[in-house]
Design a protein around this ligand. Structure first.
Ligand code: FE
Length: 197
């Protein structure tokens, strides 16, 4: 064993070592693994989530279904797969704000958001957002008024959370297709708001 604590070895290096070991022992097929990663890097991303949000903003019945059974409503749009087996959608409003974290590791709703950004996996974000969400959000550029109630949602292997952001004022005349490009990944994690165009 190395004397260096494992947490000081970069995750990428540890992952590479693990992949090599698994490949050598014939436990994983590196070609299949590359295909899997490329798919999540290129085909699956926050655009899927943006489509879900824009539909919910323009179709009240869909919004109801999304907030009642997120997994099923997301599946209606064709988005399913790994880390999307059980997605719960929570709505941000003028008075309540949800922000998502995985305190244990990096659980994230892949079918709608793709792979998580590095800050989401950062131990500092994971530890601090639970204890001082208002301060962490402010550091990330989102200042919330004191009367806005913040709820931190902890994703796990059981449940992955997705935020339905508040539709910005001034977008009343935009249709679903025009709303999609406004919706950002960060707004669907709850570390930002959707800005009007
Ligand atoms: Fe996790």
């Amino acid at each position: 064993m190395s004397s260096e604590p494992t947490e000081r070895i970069p995750a990428a290096l540890r992952t590479e070592a693990l992949e090599q070991l698994l490949t050598e022992r014939g436990l994983v097929d590196p070609t299949a693994m590359d295909k899997f990663i490329t798919n999540y890097e290129t085909n699956v991303g926050p655009l899927n989530g943006a489509k879900v949000v824009a539909k919910a903003w323009t179709d009240p019945e869909y919004r109801e279904r999304l907030l009642t059974d997120g997994t099923a409503a997301i599946k209606e749009l064709g988005f399913t797969g790994s880390q999307g087996e059980h997605i719960v959608v929570v709505e941000n409003t003028a008075t309540t704000h949800n922000v998502i974290v995985c305190t244990l590791c990096s659980c994230y709703p892949w079918p709608v958001l793709g792979l998580p950004p590095s800050w989401y996996k950062d131990p500092a974000y994971r530890a601090r957002v639970v204890k001082e969400p208002r301060a962490v959000l402010a550091e990330m550029g989102l200042e919330l008024a004191d009367d806005v109630r913040i709820t931190v949602r902890d994703s796990s292997s059981e449940v992955r959370w997705l935020v339905l952001p508040q539709r910005p004022a001034g977008t009343e005349n935009l249709d679903e297709d025009a709303l999609i490009p406004l919706v950002t990944r960060d707004a669907m994690v709850g570390v930002a708001k959707v800005a009007a165009p």
